[in-house]
Design a protein around this ligand. Structure first.
Ligand SMILES: Nc1ncnc2c1ncn2[C@@H]1O[C@H](COP(=O)(O)OP(=O)(O)O)[C@@H](O)[C@H]1O
Ligand SMILES: [Mg+2]
Length: 277
């Protein structure tokens, strides 16, 4: 890291947000968000539906532009850097979107290879090796020639994670990684995130509204409500928080997860030989 560009508070942080405001047209969604994510930590962003979590992630990866405030990634203010520097930073950031978002017309392998083809001049044979490695890391070894439509929900998520990891990112963003999955498959995705954290010491930011998952994977959590940060702290600090909004969010009765027959069949057919779930 270039120390000359750092001044105090952001020197250790992988991500620093300062008074970030984001609007869609006239409608302001994020009203001044500030927090830091430390190198190697897993931060979970909690909040109800419509509170601005996806908007925040989309802004962090450059898909939305803030109306004001600062985003520092790896000690650089991304509003003040050149396009070339931004490209370099983008290569270090992977994102797994809500819903998976694989390209349906491309095989699983082609989906994973996409960032490598876009950002590198690697030979096809090298790309082939990397994509197999990435699929192996998410428990999908041997699935490179499958089409996304041939994969179950959990496998699609894994493939999307493999694609997010294609460029060996230092920062990985997940938007609702287990949304819409059977609880057992969802637990598998949580475990995958824990494995990635342990194996690669990545800085990971996960948006979720699933509390069990959040407490399992988080080092720290930030609760966002209607575009404002309500609280931030370790899992223990959040658990013992007396903040009324935090209590309301953490103590709400979880909606029962109804496991439909089809989900159950999917679970049975989705065994993972390497990880055993
Ligand atoms: N592309 C968009 N254009 C206009 N409004 C949007 C857009 N995306 C999201 N919104 C609105 O912004 C608010 C926050 O949405 P979002 O960030 O998706 O919340 P969350 O992920 O927490 O559910 C919602 O009111 C949503 O309707
Ligand atoms: Mg969302």
């Amino acid at each position: 890291m270039d120390q000359s560009e750092n001044t105090g508070w952001q020197s250790e942080a992988m991500i620093s947000l300062r008074n970030l405001r984001v609007s869609y047209g006239e409608h302001e969604i994020l009203h001044g968000i500030s927090f830091d994510v430390q190198r190697g930590e897993t931060l979970v962003i909690l909040g109800g539906s419509g509170s601005g979590k996806s908007t925040l992630l989309r802004t962090l990866v450059g898909l939305e532009s803030p109306t004001s405030g600062e985003i520092w990634l790896k000690g650089k203010n991304i509003a003040a850097i050149s396009a070339a520097e931004m490209d370099e930073i983008r290569k270090k950031v992977g994102m797994s979107f809500q819903g998976g978002a694989l390209f349906g017309s491309m095989s699983v392998g082609e989906n994973v290879a996409l960032p490598l083809r876009e950002h590198t001049k690697l030979e096809d044979s090298t790309i082939e090796i990397i994509l197999r490695l990435k699929l192996d890391q998410v428990g999908l070894a041997g699935f490179e020639n499958y089409m996304p439509s041939q994969l179950s929900g959990g496998m699609k998520k894994r493939a999307a994670v493999a694609r997010a990891m294609a460029m060996d990112p230092e920062i990985l963003f997940f938007d609702e990684p287990s949304a819409g999955l059977d609880p057992i498959i969802a637990a598998g995705v949580d475990q995958l995130i824990l494995d990635l954290k342990k194996a690669f010491h990545m800085t990971i930011v996960v948006v979720t509204h699933e509390l069990a998952s959040a407490f399992l994977i988080a080092d720290r959590m930030v609760l966002i409500d209607k575009g404002n940060v309500v609280a931030i702290g370790t899992t223990a600090e959040m658990r013992s928080s007396t903040h009324p909004r935090v209590r309301q969010f953490l103590d709400r009765i979880a909606e029962p997860e109804v496991s439909q027959e089809l989900d159950y069949l999917q679970m049975l057919t989705e065994e993972n030989p390497r990880r055993g779930f």
